[in-house]
Design a protein around this ligand. Sequence first.
Ligand code: 5RP
Length: 228
Amino acid sequence: MTDQNAAKRAVAYAAADLVQDGMRLGLGSGSTFLFVLERLAQRMKSEKLRIAGVPTSGGTAAAAQKHGIPLLSMVEVDWLDMAIDGADEIDPNKNMIKGGGAALTREKIVAAAAREMVVIVDESKFVPVLGEKFRLPVEVLTFGWRQTERAIADTGCAPSLRRTASDDPLITDNGNYVLDCKFDGITDPKRLHDQLNAIPGVLDNGLFVGMAGRVIVGSPDGRVRVLP
Ligand code: 5RP
């Protein structure tokens, strides 16, 4: 296992160990989150832990099913005890960019329904300012996407349509496109979040502002620290 995977597994296991019997969970997406499923499945066997979770992507739903983790849909729940999810970038105020896996809209709905969003990251995800390196994903309707793209560009970025390995436009689980937007740093994430979401055709953007609860950070040597 690489050092980065060791860090991912360590933070994922630490988050999964916060889960208590009977909890209803938001199940995040991404390579770090997959280790959470592994640990939850272990605890279901060894401790008879009873849980159920709402998956934030088709990929997570399939992986959870493989591990025998019971799934719920959003319409079956009023709220969730805890959401656990990764991030692409996180700043000193615990604001984040998410959506590297194109699941940002469902991830945000699920996190907003949870009493706490526990974030799991390795040290490499920490940045002083969001958006200097990682391009901000924005989910847009396919109808009129070029007009939406132009309006997004007017907020001060260079958007590009996300494509699959076979060069087709990537279609999200919601049937939409993702525009990856290059900013030269996002100094006011809340303002940009609201500005982008006011553009016709934008479903949501990957800025998660003021949503993170505890942040579990992993080092390559497998040590973890928790930011309250
Ligand atoms: C998916 C996400 C992921 O949480 C984010 O991309 C982090 O993924 P990874 O753990 O693979 O680095 O937002 O939409």
